[in-house]
Design a protein around this ligand. Structure first.
Ligand SMILES: Nc1nc2c(ncn2[C@@H]2O[C@H](COP(=O)(O)OP(=O)(O)OP(=O)(O)O)[C@@H](O)[C@H]2O)c(=O)[nH]1
Ligand SMILES: [Mg+2]
Ligand SMILES: [Zn+2]
Length: 359
């Protein structure tokens, strides 16, 4: 019976070339489901089978902030994403699934707002780590210290100064979303339609700040635990919001561990103060690990460079080096595999030729 069945009539099914494609902005993403903004309307969207099938890594999937070509379906109520357009910037972090694969967080952003509370959330080593990834994204990092009203008495100046020292080349803002103190400076950063992505650990106050900027309860917020000021992972998906000031914010879920990505460039920019000091080291290849005449060690001795900053620099450098080694090894294995299958193909062709010649 099956053999005799005719193929179903596919008269209504259009091929890709026949479909009318529109350019849409990816505004949210959660477990493979997206929303896109197209012609002023926000629609649910999925990635086309071809896009999924051809994706070599997570970087090939749509991410919030992407411009993408979509086709509309169900009377214009749903969209299918066919192609991601080239990205200007991309914020990555190392995946936590053990594969070390890069996880894209947001695309085409102008600024990365690294949000950190001045309460128990405050942690300079974490800030330094996120700064490396932020510089690597191609966007400009801005350090946003929230919860000014909760900063322990007499600590504000020292905490601000330490953040400034940890973030050479980046602006450091300080605010309270509760009182509104410092908000105009944050809004100024969004002027001219800048798109920024909020990153930071859970409970840092990202969504609360977003709600202040949006002038409405756009996102859900959640109280932190009283004993250690940790958040409860209230935000669970990445979402882009258009603000009344003209700017755009991508709010993201709090990140437990921010694994830095491969390139050493972000590290060099983030720690350029150490790079400048290193020019004064006696040896050009000084590693600042106890060599004589080390200008970096001298700065620590003189109290102008915190010892923890150098420790964190070494830690991140080692992490990136290990990552680079792993990537190199993966590449070499891949090349070997390709070489092998190419050799096999050549042998097969030779055998086929011999067979045809009757040899
Ligand atoms: N006093 C005070 N509380 C704040 C401030 N900003 C945020 N909070 C509080 O901090 C808690 C956590 O805020 P959220 O905005 O939900 O934090 P989040 O960074 O979005 O957290 P996740 O979504 O879990 O990543 C909430 O109880 C907020 O009310 C602030 O400037 N001052
Ligand atoms: Mg949140
Ligand atoms: Zn040195």
């Amino acid at each position: 019976m099956v053999c005799g069945r005719r193929r179903p009539h596919r008269g209504n099914k259009k091929t890709m070339t026949e479909q009318k494609l529109s350019v849409a902005l990816v505004t949210s993403e959660q477990r493979g489901m997206f929303t896109v903004l197209v012609d002023g309307r926000e629609l649910p969207a999925t990635a086309a089978g071809k896009l999924v099938g051809e994706a070599a890594s997570r970087l090939d999937f749509p991410v919030v902030g992407d411009d993408a070509e979509v086709s509309l379906h169900d009377g214009g109520l749903k969209a299918v994403i066919h192609r991601v357009l080239p990205r200007r910037t991309i914020l990555l972090r190392k995946g936590l699934d053990g594969s070390g694969e890069a996880q894209p967080l947001a695309a085409n952003i102008d600024k990365v707002f690294i949000v950190m509370g001045l309460d128990g959330n405050y942690n300079i080593a974490r800030l330094e780590r996120v700064l490396v990834a932020a510089w690597d994204s191609g966007a400009l990092p801005v350090v946003v210290l929230t919860k000014k009203d909760l900063c322990p008495a007499g600590e504000l100046e020292a905490r601000l100064a330490a953040a400034v020292l940890a973030a050479p080349g980046a602006r450091v803002l300080c605010l309270s979303s509760l009182t509104g103190d410092g908000l105009p400076e944050v809004e100024a950063e969004l002027a001219g339609g800048a798109r920024c992505c909020f990153v930071g650990s859970s409970g840092a106050g990202k969504s609360t700040l977003l709600n202040r900027l949006a002038r409405r309860e756009a996102a859900q917020t959640g109280a932190v635990r009283e004993d250690d000021a940790r958040g409860r992972h209230t935000t669970t998906s990445r979402q882009l919001y258009l603000l009344p000031c003209g700017g755009q914010v991508i709010d993201t879920p709090g990140i437990r561990e921010f694994g830095v990505e491969y390139s050493g460039e972000g590290l060099a920019v983030s720690f350029k103060d150490i790079g400048v000091l290193a020019e004064g080291c006696r040896f050009a290849d000084c590693l600042h690990t106890g060599e004589p005449g080390c200008a970096v060690a001298a700065a620590i001795e003189a109290g102008t460079l915190p010892a923890e900053r150098l420790e964190n620099y070494h830690k991140l450098r080692r992490e990136i080096e290990r990552q680079e080694l792993r990537t190199d090894l993966k590449k070499r294995l891949e090349a070997k595999r390709k070489q092998k299958s190419f050799g096999r193909m050549v042998r097969n062709i030779d055998e086929e030729k011999r067979r045809l010649r009757g040899g």
